[in-house]
Every structure is written in C-alpha cells, then in structure tokens.
Design a protein around this ligand. Structure first.
Ligand SMILES: Nc1nc2c(ncn2[C@@H]2O[C@H](COP(=O)(O)OP(=O)(O)OP(=O)(O)O)[C@@H](O)[C@H]2O)c(=O)[nH]1
Ligand SMILES: [Mg+2]
Length: 245
C-alpha cells in the first residue's frame, strides 16, 4: 500500500548524489510515512542504475525512466501527474544535488497543514546564498526581481523545493502549465496563484552544489527570460486562459 506523502526528485547525472540524498531523506523523522519517486532522464553517468538498486532494497522507492533529457519542467510535470494517479495527498519536490537539505522537509510538512503550496525561499534570510559565486547570485537575484515585478508575485518563484497539497488542488490546474524547462517553476507558481491556491514560504539556506555539474546553461536562462515576457503578456491580455474552471 502506498503512503499519503510522496517525495519527488528528478535526476540527470547525479551519480555522486543520489544515494546520499536517499540516505539523508530516510534519516529524517516525519510524523507520517512517505514514499520517494525518482525520475531519471537516461543519465549517461549511470544514475538510473543506482536508483534501480535502491528501489530493489526499499519498497517505498519508485522510479520512472525516460528515454532522453526532456527538461526539468517536464520532469516535474510527470512527477505531479504520477502523484495524482497514485492518489498521494501531499507532494514534496526537491533537487538531487544536496542543495535542498532534507532537514527542511519537517518544516515544509508543518507549513503544509495550512497551505496549498509551500515554497522554500532564498529571499527571507540575508545569508541564504552565502556560498554561491557572484554570477549565480546575480542571475538568481535578477530572476527574482523580474518575476516579482513582472508577474506581481512576491515569492521565490524559481526554486524547486516545494510542497503541494494535491488533495486541495484540482489536477486540471497543473494541465494549464506549458513549460518544459526551468520556466516551469514561475509558470506553475503564477497559475497556482491565479487559481487561488494559498501560498506560504519558509526560509531556506541553499549551499552551492558539491558534486556534479549544474544542468542549467545560458540557453536555459535565456529561454526562461523569453518565457517570462510571454507570461507577462499572457497575464495582461489572456488571463482567463490561465484559470481552470
Ligand atoms: N529528469 C531530469 N532531471 C533534471 C533535468 N535537468 C535538471 N534535472 C535535475 O533537476 C535538479 C536541479 O537541477 P540543477 O542542475 O541542480 O539546476 P539548478 O539547481 O537550477 O542549478 P545549480 O544551482 O547550478 O545546481 C537536479 O536534481 C537535476 O539532476 C532534466 O532534464 N531531466
Ligand atoms: Mg541545483
């Protein structure tokens, strides 16, 4: 029998991290039992095989293997769809690269009692991005400035460390999201916000990645900025298309 809570982690070339994150998650004490879903996009470094090994020894671990790298946004979409199909009430999403500390899961869970969506925010405490290099800090702060002002939302819109109360959100709302890449995060946030889902933030500190490489490249950043302008216009002129009824 499956549990009510699912933790979802998309992976692409995370061979050094996947076992560590699994063990860290298993070591946390939560008031509820939970399952874990990994979605791997055919990582050339063998991440998929490591996930299979973990799943063999732990029946609460599930996996999806896709044939190619279809993007982080589409991975989250697939994780959310799988969670609905399997009747989970609560979904936590996080990165595999050890930047999202599993210790925060308890706080997400607490905040999720009164919200439809809980976001881990890097902008509520001053030193959240202390170990990041200047370029990444600038890029992230620029993204935050733009989403805040163009989409008129004060939240940390580009982070993946989140909790969704699927039992409070109609699955049709998620079907309105079009992004396959990093813009998924602000698009999904805007759509949930426009569909009156209650949003709460909790402060998180984000260390930089220790092992492996970032999958976000300049092209992804540009695509996201382009998509942000598209969302800005859509919100002005076609807001109705972003509301589920
Ligand atoms: N399945 C799948 N996972 C992906 C894809 N792109 C990124 N990921 C995973 O999504 C998570 C976040 O990716 P990162 O490369 O860390 O992106 P980021 O956190 O924005 O960038 P950094 O801060 O530089 O690490 C990690 O667990 C990745 O392995 C993809 O196309 N498919
Ligand atoms: Mg990362």
């Amino acid at each position: 029998m499956k549990n009510n809570l699912l933790i979802f982690i998309p992976t692409y070339n995370e061979a050094e991290n996947v076992k560590i994150i699994y063990q860290l998650i298993k070591s946390i004490q939560l008031p509820e039992k939970f399952d874990i879903l990994f979605l791997d996009d055919n990582s050339p470094d063998g991440t998929g095989e490591i996930i299979n090994e973990i799943a063999v020894s732990d029946p609460s671990v599930f996996y999806i293997h896709r044939k190619g790298k279809y993007g982080i946004g589409s991975a989250h979409q697939a994780g959310i769809a799988w969670a609905y199909e399997n009747h989970y009430k609560t979904l936590i999403t996080m990165d595999c690269d050890l930047t999202h500390s599993p210790e925060y899961i308890v706080k997400f869970f607490e905040a999720g009692k009164n919200s439809g969506l809980v976001l881990g925010s890097r902008y509520l405490e001053k030193d959240s991005l202390k170990t990041w290099n200047l370029y990444r800090k600038l890029l992230t702060n620029l993204g935050h400035f733009l989403t805040k002002n163009m989409l008129n939302m004060p939240y940390d819109a580009s982070g993946a460390f989140r909790l969704y109360r699927l039992d409070l959100i109609n699955p049709g709302v998620f079907e309105l999201i079009q992004s396959k890449s990093y813009s998924f995060f602000f698009e999904s946030l805007l759509i949930l916000h426009l569909n009156k889902v209650k949003i709460t933030e909790i402060p998180i500190k984000l260390p930089k990645r220790t092992y492996g490489n970032s999958k976000m490249n300049i092209r992804d950043a540009w695509t996201s900025f382009y998509f942000l302008f598209k969302m800005f216009k859509k919100k002005q002129f076609f807001k109705r298309t972003m509301i589920y009824d």
